[in-house]
Every structure is written in structure tokens, then in C-alpha cells.
Design a protein around this ligand. Structure first.
Ligand code: FAD
Ligand code: FES
Length: 264
């Protein structure tokens, strides 16, 4: 279901930075080797500057691939993301990727993909949408945020939105929007959910999908160091096939996991 790909470490520079929302930027860089083999759900690990502060790279989903160029969508939350978002065109960076596994779009068990995201979790969904569209599979985005300015829908097609405060779209969270959306679908629809967002949202979504027998894949986050299975900094606890807890390295076995592994 989930696949890996070959990895390159590329010395490149930022070619463009565009604002995409409150504290969010889309950052472009020419990375031909990564662009050639990247699949939706993969991530890159970026050394945001050439100094040792911050020392570690920072992981970001691949937001889009355009020819030799990859884009990442970055929300400023601390020093590394702030440096990256404030970097001028021409700033040198190191980009390691593509890393991790990919969303399982070729599993043959669905006709319609529901791409469910919250906040900056919308970052991998444009690349996923493009891949689904290329293979002729139907898709619909369900995008959630606390308020209107959290919705990162630019560039997406077939989109419904939900906000906690009702300032745009459905008034409620994105799992409630999913319930509402499913009520309007024919019972024969073969649906699969692909999701990315904050862990509490993903936990609720995974339980919802399990209870209804809907296949579901989640893109999880953890603190990461190396991104390639060496530092053991990205351990997360998931359910195994027997329902027992087991630890995995998210950078190597993830970041995409089966929703059933993330239920309580
Ligand atoms: C596989 C993966 C894909 C990701 N994709 C994206 C993306 O597409 N866009 C995006 O904006 N962010 C993404 N993130 C989160 C992003 O990596 C962190 O926000 C970033 O590393 C924070 O760096 P900082 O130096 O700005 O923050 P710091 O100053 O180090 O920390 C600020 C806050 O961010 C938290 N944090 C730090 N590192 C991570 C981390 N790796 N994951 C989650 N929280 C973290 C800290 O606990 C702290 O609360 C992804 C994370 C992972 C693991
Ligand atoms: S980030 Fe180093 S082992 Fe996963």
C-alpha cells in the first residue's frame, strides 16, 4: 500500500516565496532529483540556513511539484520556520528528499477520495489532488480551521470548508463536515479518506472512519531530526494488527499510516 522512493540531498536556493495565509508562506526551490521521484505524502527535510542555529533540519510535506521545482507550504511556529519564511530569493538551503512513504492512491478500493485536512495539514493536499486528477479518480476536499483565516484552500478544486466559529462554510469541525458530506453521498459510493492535520483531529477522524468501515490514511507529525531512521527522534506509538501498542519511526514507516493504527 505504502511505498518509499530514492533519496537525494540537494544544495539549492529559494526561488520564490509567496504569502498563502496568516503566518503561512509557499516556498519554491529547484530540486530536479526530488521533483522527479516525489509522490504525494512524501516530505523533505530542510536545513534552513548555513549556520548551526538551528542545527537540525526541519521536515515539510511536499506541497506541489512543478517541473524541476518543488513547493513547500510553511506555517511560522518557531525559529526554523520563521527563518525559512523570511528568507529572500537566492538564500541557499539544503533539501533532503523525497522522504517517507506516500498516500496509497493505487489501492483500488475506492472510487472517490475525500481529502480531509485541518490548518497547515492542507499542505500535502494539492499534490495529492493533482495525482488523483491525473489518474481520473474523483476527489473532494474537506478543509477545516478554527476561523476563516486558517483555511488554506488556494489552488484546490472541489472544496468544502468548515470553521469552528462559523466564519466560513460549515459551522463545526471537519469531522462533523465529513459526517454531513457522507449523508449526501449515494450508499454505493466507495470512499477512501486521506487526511492530515492536528493529532486530536486525526484521532477523531480515525475513530469515525473505523466505526463506519471507511478506509482511511493519515499523515502524522512528530518531532524529527535526521528524517531517515538514524536518530530515533521520531518514535510514535500506534496499534499493531493485534490491537497492541507498538513504536515506529515515523520518518521511515510513515508519515502516512493506516487510520486503524491511530485509534484509541
Ligand atoms: C513529516 C512532517 C511533515 C510536516 N509538514 C509540514 C508542512 O508541510 N508545513 C508546515 O508548516 N509544517 C510541517 N511540519 C511541522 C514542521 O516540521 C514544524 O512546524 C517545524 O519543524 C517547526 O520548526 P521551528 O524551528 O519553527 O519550531 P521550533 O522552534 O523547533 O518549535 C516550535 C513549536 O513547533 C513544534 N515542533 C517543532 N518541530 C516539530 C515537528 N517536526 N513536528 C511538529 N511540531 C514540531 C515544537 O514542539 C514547538 O511547539 C511537518 C512535520 C512533519 C514531521
Ligand atoms: S527523524 Fe531520525 S529516526 Fe526518524
Amino acid at each position: 500500500m505504502l511505498s518509499t522512493s530514492s533519496i537525494s540531498d540537494i544544495r539549492t536556493q529559494i526561488t520564490e516565496t509567496r504569502p498563502a495565509g496568516a503566518d503561512v508562506s509557499i516556498i519554491s526551490m529547484v530540486c530536479p532529483e526530488i521533483a522527479a521521484t516525489a509522490r504525494p505524502g512524501n516530505f523533505v527535510n530542510i536545513k534552513v540556513n548555513s549556520s548551526d542555529q538551528p542545527l537540525l533540519r526541519r521536515p515539510f510535506c511536499i506541497h506541489n511539484v512543478r517541473g524541476n521545482t518543488i513547493d513547500v507550504m510553511v506555517k511560522t511556529v518557531g525559529r526554523g520556520t520563521s527563518l525559512l519564511c523570511d528568507s529572500a530569493c537566492g538564500t541557499p538551503i539544503m533539501v533532503l528528499g523525497p522522504l517517507g512513504n506516500a498516500f496509497g492512491t493505487d489501492t483500488g478500493d475506492f472510487d472517490t477520495a475525500l481529502l480531509v485536512s485541518g490548518g497547515i495539514g492542507t499542505a500535502p493536499m494539492l499534490f495529492l489532488e493533482k495525482s488523483l486528477a491525473e489518474t481520473g479518480l474523483a476527489f473532494h476536499h474537506l478543509v477545516g480551521g478554527r476561523t476563516r483565516s486558517d483555511l488554506l484552500t488556494r489552488g484546490l478544486s472541489n472544496c468544502s470548508t468548515a470553521t469552528d466559529d462559523g466564519s466560513e462554510g460549515f459551522h463545526g469541525n471537519v469531522v462533523e463536515l465529513l459526517r454531513d458530506h457522507l449523508a449526501s453521498q449515494p450508499p454505493s459510493s466507495r470512499i477512501k479518506v486521506f487526511a492530515c492535520g492536528p493529532n486530536p483531529m486525526l484521532k477523531a477522524l480515525a475513530g469515525f472512519c473505523r466505526d463506519r468501515g471507511i478506509p482511511c490514511e493519515l499523515s502524522l507529525e512528530s518531532i524529527m531530526g535526521c528524517g531517515v531512521g538514524i536518530c530515533y527522534g521520531c518514535m510514535v506509538e500506534l496499534n499493531n494488527a493485534d490491537g497492541e501498542k507498538e513504536s515506529i519511526l515515523l520518518c521511515r514507516e510513515g508519515p502516512i499510516v493506516d487510520g486503524n493504527r491511530f485509534t484509541s
